[in-house]
Unconditional design. Structure first.
Length: 202
């Protein structure tokens, strides 16, 4: 094995790091440092799980071709009217993480501000052309009116066509399983705690 007399290195954000080790000659290596997984909203103390829309929804289809509750990956999960407008949702439900991060999704419907004060939209995963059913790669997202009232909500969602990264809580709303605007499924990210525009490479 080689023995090196020393090393030096430097890091610069998205550019990654350069490591140099010296013996008789220099050896250089570059590697990318991924940012730490943290909540982008100071109100939320949870660590997000990076996932995808198809993973949340699962492959199982209802008779209307929307994603079923039983087919989703996050079991159990937040659900129903009693948990619909939580200001402080739990980081996990029954040992399953509830706080997730989606990257590089596109707003395909909305955004709108509805009667209960929520700011709502649909986002779709543009990186899954292999999934022919759009309902299995689209999810409804909501910034809750309760969060606006408490002053902890993120900014309103950006216009249709914007590519974003988003953090929020996996939730099942049984009231909309027969609604096309909801992809014939109860799955949502609700509440959405934060979003940001995706990087050009994202």
């Amino acid at each position: 094995s080689a023995r090196f007399s020393g090393w030096s290195g430097a890091c610069s954000g998205r550019a990654g790091c350069t490591l140099r080790m010296t013996r008789d000659r220099s050896l250089s290596a570059r590697f990318r440092v991924e940012p730490a997984l943290v909540s982008w909203n100071e109100h939320v103390d949870c660590k997000p799980v990076v996932t995808t829309i198809p993973a949340i929804l699962g492959p199982s289809e209802s008779p209307l071709h929307g994603a079923t509750e039983a087919g989703g990956q996050f079991q159990p999960h937040l659900q129903g009217f009693a948990q619909q407008h939580l200001l402080n949702p739990p980081c996990a439900v029954g040992g399953t993480p509830s706080f997730v991060e989606l990257r590089g999704v596109v707003i395909t419907d909305g955004p709108d501000r509805i009667e209960d004060g929520d700011n709502v939209a649909n986002v779709t995963d543009p990186n899954r052309p292999d999934i022919g059913n759009p309902f299995l790669k689209t999810i409804h997202i909501e910034i809750d009116g309760t969060w606006f009232a408490a002053g902890v909500a993120p900014a309103f969602l950006p216009p249709r066509g914007t590519k974003i990264d988003v953090q929020g809580f996996v939730f099942w709303d049984p009231a909309h399983v027969d609604a096309e605007f909801h992809s014939f499924s109860g799955w949502e990210l609700h509440p959405v705690s934060a979003w940001r525009r995706s990087s050009p490479s994202g």
